[in-house]
Design a protein around this ligand. Structure first.
Ligand code: PRP
Ligand code: URA
Length: 209
């Protein structure tokens, strides 16, 4: 699928296996999510545009490449997406941070919006949307729609684990968006949880189980 990138780096796979373990506690889970975000961010940002800038070394003046354009915007989907933000800002410390608040209704599994604040001018920024889980795809489809309604154009989405159903839906509804997935899992269960998955990402990051 064009614009869909499934990670195959052994370090990412190893850390995702540790995340899945039900005996991994909150502290370790949080660290792993952040480390995975660093590794995925490294892959997802390899096409950042560069421009030559004049630099004076101790030896002589030269032109040397630096990241071009407006600072990128990291946009976590609350709550669980927050766990990946520090991973991306480790790579790009000057990134601006927006927030999108969505929660999934436990009965219908439909997303409900409760917050949206994005850094201006959003239309000039590369936007990196973060959420550990892509299940039915409802939350991600809505989050991308909200960003586009605010003028966002250049969007990359990062998910640690995705279900095939959600990946297909997000790609179908927003084919222009680049989607990065740490691991593509088997399927959704009757409660729209990812199998084998890792359970509820937000609860495991914040210790609210
Ligand atoms: C989880 C997850 C995604 C969403 C995925 O969040 O972090 O945002 O569910 O499911 P979907 O693809 O079926 O929409 P949740 O709604 O549980 O909120 P939380 O992060 O506040 O726990
Ligand atoms: N949200 C989660 O946190 N986990 C799932 O498996 C599905 C949605």
């Amino acid at each position: 699928m064009e614009n869909v990138f499934i990670m195959d780096h052994p370090l990412i796979q190893h850390k995702i296996s540790m995340l899945r373990n039900k005996n991994t506690g909150t502290n370790e889970f949080r660290k792993l999510i952040e480390e995975i975000a660093v590794l995925m961010g490294y892959e997802a940002l390899r096409d950042l545009p560069l421009e030559d800038v004049e630099i004076e070394t101790p030896i002589e003046k030269c032109k040397s490449p630096m990241i071009a354009g407006k600072k990128l915007a990291v946009v976590p989907v609350l709550r669980a997406g927050l766990g990946m933000v520090n991973g991306i800002t480790t790579l790009v410390p000057s990134a601006k941070i927006g927030h999108i608040g969505l929660y999934r209704d436990p009965e219908t599994h439909e997303p409900h919006e409760y917050y949206c604040k994005l850094p201006d001018p959003i239309e000039q920024r590369l936007i990196v949307l973060t959420d550990p889980m892509l299940a039915t795809g409802g939350s991600a489809v809505d989050a991308v729609r909200m960003i586009k309604q605010h003028g966002g154009k250049n969007i990359k989405c990062m998910f640690v684990i995705a279900a095939p159903e959600g990946l297909e839906r997000l790609h179908r509804e927003h084919p222009d968006v680049q989607i990065y997935v740490g691991h593509l899992d088997r399927e959704l269960n009757e409660n729209a949880y990812i199998c084998p998955g890792l359970g509820d990402a937000g609860d495991r990051i914040f210790g609210t189980i």
